[in-house]
Design a protein around this ligand. Structure first.
Ligand SMILES: NC(=O)c1ccc[n+]([C@@H]2O[C@H](COP(=O)([O-])OP(=O)(O)OC[C@H]3O[C@@H](n4cnc5c(N)ncnc54)[C@H](OP(=O)(O)O)[C@@H]3O)[C@@H](O)[C@H]2O)c1
Length: 331
C-alpha cells in the first residue's frame, strides 16, 4: 500500500484517512500538525498506532513516505504543495489547489520535473453518480443546450464570522469565500462535462471581510451558457439541471450530488439509478492510488488538465468580480 502523510487535522482529513482505510488504497504513516497535541488527538480519534508525528514542516516532508494529503486553508496549499513536490512527494491537495493560475502552473511544472504526481482532490467527479451524469451527457451531446448548477449552503462558520471572529474560510488572507469553497465543485461540473468555457463572468455579493458570501456565475460556451449559483451565507434547495432541448437531466445538487432524474417534454420524471458510497472520498482515494500503481498517465494528464482549467476559470471569475486575495499581491 502507498504510505501517506497528512497536513491539516480537521474533520476532512479524518474523512479522507477513513476512505483510504476502507478502500485499502493508502496507509497513514506520518502526521504533520502545528501542535503535537492536535497530532496526537487526530491519531487517537482514528485509533492508529505507529504513526510518526512532526510539528516541523521541513522535517515532516524529509521523512520517508510516498504521498502527502494537504487539507490546510486554501492559501497555504501552494507553499506546502511546492515544498512537498520539491521533496519528491506525490501530492493530493484539497480543492482549490491554488489561489492563482500562476501558482498552479508552478506546481504542475514541479510535479513533472520531479516525476511525482499532483492531484487536486475534486472528490465528486470520481464518484459513480458523476460518471453516470457524464455518460448521459455523452449519449445526448447533440441536443446539449445548457445547464444550471446550484451549490449554496449556510456555512457552519458564518455565525462565527457574524460574531466578529475571523474564520479562515471568510478571509481573503486564506483565499476563502463562496466561489473558491463551493463554486469550485460546480466549475468542475462544467469543465468535465462541457470543457473550457470561452467567457467567465462572476457577479459576487461581497462581505465586509472582502470575500464573496454568495454570487452568480455565467460560463459561456459557443452554443450555450452555464449558470451557477453559489453561496455560504444562505441555503438553497434548488435542484441543478442539464438541458437537452425538450429533455432535462435533474441533479439534486451541483456539488454534493445524490440523486438523478430524467424529465421529458411531457413532464414524465424517471429516476436514474446510481450508487453512492457513504464516504464521498472513497472513489477519489481508489482512483488516485490506481493511477499511481498502474502509472496511468493518460487519466493523470486528463485530471491535471481539468484542474488547470478549473483553477484558470476560478481566477477569471475572481477578476471579473473584482475579488482580490492576498495571494494576488505575492505574484
Ligand atoms: N473535499 C471536501 O469535501 C472538503 C470539505 C471540507 C474542506 N475541504 C478543503 O479542505 C481544506 C481545509 O478546510 P478546513 O475547513 O478544514 O480548513 P481549516 O479548518 O481552516 O484548517 C484545516 C487545518 O489546517 C491547519 N490550519 C488552520 N489554520 C491554520 C493556519 N493559520 N496556519 C497553518 N495551518 C492552519 C489546522 O491543522 P493543525 O492545527 O493540525 O496544524 C487545521 O486543522 C480546504 O482547502 C477546503 O477547501 C474539502
Amino acid at each position: 500500500m502507498i504510505s501517506l502523510g497528512i497536513i491539516g487535522t480537521n474533520w476532512i482529513t479524518e474523512q479522507f484517512v477513513k476512505a483510504t482505510d476502507e478502500t485499502k488504497s493508502f496507509s497513514l504513516t506520518h502526521v504533520y500538525s502545528r501542535t503535537e497535541a492536535k497530532a496526537k488527538s487526530f491519531i487517537k480519534d482514528l485509533d492508529k498506532k505507529d504513526i510518526t508525528i512532526s510539528t516541523d514542516l521541513d522535517e515532516f516532508l524529509s521523512m520517508n513516505f510516498d504521498t502527502v494529503y494537504i487539507a490546510s486553508p486554501n492559501a497555504l496549499h501552494f507553499s506546502q504543495a511546492k515544498k512537498a513536490l520539491e521533496n519528491g512527494k506525490n501530492v493530493i491537495v484539497e480543492k482549490p489547489s491554488t489561489s492563482t493560475i500562476a501558482e498552479f502552473t508552478i506546481l504542475e511544472k514541479l510535479a513533472r520535473e520531479n516525476h511525482v504526481y499532483l492531484f487536486e482532490a475534486a472528490r465528486h467527479i470520481h464518484e459513480p453518480i458523476f460518471k453516470k451524469i457524464a455518460e448521459v451527457v455523452e449519449k445526448h451531446r447533440d441536443e446539449l443546450s445548457g445547464a444550471t448548477f446550484s451549490y449554496m449552503k449556510y456555512s457552519s462558520r458564518y455565525d462565527a464570522y457574524l460574531a466578529g471572529k475571523n474564520p479562515n474560510i471568510f478571509t481573503t488572507k486564506f483565499s476563502g469565500g463562496a466561489l473558491y469553497d463551493l463554486g469550485v465543485y460546480t466549475i468542475y461540473d462544467a469543465v468535465v462535462l462541457f470543457g473550457q468555457p470561452k467567457k467567465v463572468d462572476y457577479d459576487a455579493e461581497f462581505l465586509a471581510s472582502g470575500v464573496d458570501g454568495s454570487g452568480s456565475l455565467t460560463l459561456s460556451y459557443p452554443k450555450f451558457d452555464v449558470n451557477i449559483i453559489v453561496g455560504k451565507t444562505k441555503n438553497s434547495y434548488m435542484s441543478s439541471e442539464i438541458y437537452f432541448g425538450r429533455d432535462t437531466l435533474l441533479l439534486d445538487n451541483g456539488g454534493d450530488i445524490r440523486h438523478l432524474d430524467w424529465a421529458d417534454d411531457n413532464k414524465n420524471v424517471t429516476d436514474i439509478p446510481t450508487t453512492k458510497s457513504e464516504n464521498p472520498m472513497d472513489s477519489e482515494a481508489v482512483e488516485f492510488a490506481r493511477i499511481m500503481n498502474e502509472n496511468d498517465t493518460e487519466t493523470y494528464d486528463k485530471l491535471l488538465k481539468y484542474a488547470q482549467i478549473v483553477n484558470r476559470t476560478l481566477e477569471q471569475a475572481r477578476i471579473s468580480a473584482g475579488l482580490v486575495f492576498e495571494a494576488d499581491k505575492e505574484k
